[in-house]
Design a protein around this ligand. Sequence first.
Ligand code: GLN
Length: 453
Amino acid sequence: TGAYLEAMEAARALNAYVLETPERALAMAEAADARLARGEARPLEGIPLGVKDLFCTEGVRTTACSRILADFVPAYESTVTSQLWADGAVMLGKLNNDEFAMGSSNETSAFGPVVSPWRRSGSDAPLVPGGSSGGSAAAVAARLCLGATATDTGGSIRQPAAFTGTVGIKPTYGRCSRWGIVAFASSLDQAGPIARTVRDSAILLSSMAGLDRRDTTSVDLPVPHFEAAVGRGVAGLTIGIPQEYRVAGMSGEIEDLWQRGAGWLKAAGANVVEVSLPHTKYALPAYYIVAPAEASSNLARYDGVRYGLRVPGRDIVEMYENTRAAGFGREVRRRIMIGTYVLSAGYYDAYYLRAQKLRSLIKRDFDAVYAQGVDAILTPATPSAAFALGEKGAADPVEMYLNDIFTVTVNMAGLPGIAVPAGSDAQGLPLGLQLIGKPFDEETLFAAGQVIE
Ligand code: GLN
C-alpha cells in the first residue's frame, strides 16, 4: 500500500485519481497486516484497489466527476465496494471517469481528462485512456493500484481496458448489485473489475458479485469460484465469429488481430465457427436512445434540493434551472435533452418503443446463436487503438459514439463480456479482443480469455 501511495503521488500528471485517501489506506493496510500475522487472512487481504468515483463510499467524497455532486459525501457504502473491503481489500482513493459515466475518452469529467500512460512510438502526444472508466484503466496500466472497480453501461469497462492493455470484464446484468452506484442507465449498468490479468479479474469479480436484496435486479445465483475457471482452457468449446462485426472501414490491423485470436483458440482445441447476429447494426442507434432516456429519468433527482450543488434563484423553478445549468456539463445536458425528447408523449412510439423492440431482437440473435451450441463469441473490443486527447468528441459527439460499436450490443442483451489484451498496432499501442458469453457464464470468458492474453 505504501509503494502504491508513492507511485500515485509521482504520477499525478495522469489525473487518474480525483481523490487520494492515504490515511484510510494505511489504516486498512495495518489492519490487514495484523490479520495476516494472526493467520486470519481473507481472500483479498491487503490488496490495494482504486475505486471509480461512481461508487458511493461512506464518508468519502463521491462525485461521479460532476460539478453537481462536487461536495457530496455519502452516508453509505456501495454493496460492491463493501464486499471488497469485507474480503480485506484496501482503498487507495477515488478514480476519475467521464461525468456520470457518459463518454468513451474520459474527457467529459469535471476534473479534466485522464492521460493514458501509453504513447505512440516516436511521439509525445498525450492519448486518451478510453472511457468512461478511464481513471480505473490508466491507474491499473500505470501500476497505481493492483486492480480497480469500474462500471459498464455501453462499454465503459471493456473499451478503456482495450485501450490500456488491461483486462476488463462486464459481468451478466444482475451478477453484481447496483446498490450505491450512481445510476446512469439502470437497465444497462453493471459493475466489474479492471485488472492486470484475467486471473486477477476473476479473483476480484468473485468478491464483487452476489445477490443483494437492496437491488431487485441482482440475481439469486451462487457466485462461482471464478479463479478456478482460469486455466481450464477451451478444448471442446465452440467459439462463434459474428460476420456482422466485420464493419465497413475496419482497419487491417484489427482484422488481423481478430483472426490471430481465433487461431489461438483453435490451436487450444476450440471449434471456431462463423455465426450471424443479424440485428447488430441497430445496436448502436438503439443504445443511444435507451441510455439517454434512462439517464434523463435518473438525473431528474439532481434538483438542488436533495444532493450536492444548489444555485439559488428567485423561485424554486429558477433554482432548479440555475443548479442544473451550472452543475451538468455539455455531454450530460445533451443526453438529458435527447432522453427527454425520445420519452415525450409525441415521440415515445417512434423512438423509445422502437429501440426497446430492437433490444429484444438483438437479445434473440444471441439466444439463437447460443442455442446452436456456441459457447462464446469472439469480436474485436474496439474499432481502433487509443486516440489522441482532444481528437474526437468535442467537435463531433457521433464520432465518439461510434467507438462503442462492438461493446453496446452486450449491454443491450444483458450478457457478460470480457476485453483481453491481444496485441498492438503499428505504433505499439495495445489492442484488445472481446469475448461475449452466455448469461451467467463468466467462467467460460475467464477460461477463453486466459488463452488469448
Ligand atoms: N460510451 C458510452 C456512453 O457514453 C458507454 C458509457 C458507459 O458504458 N458508461 O454512453
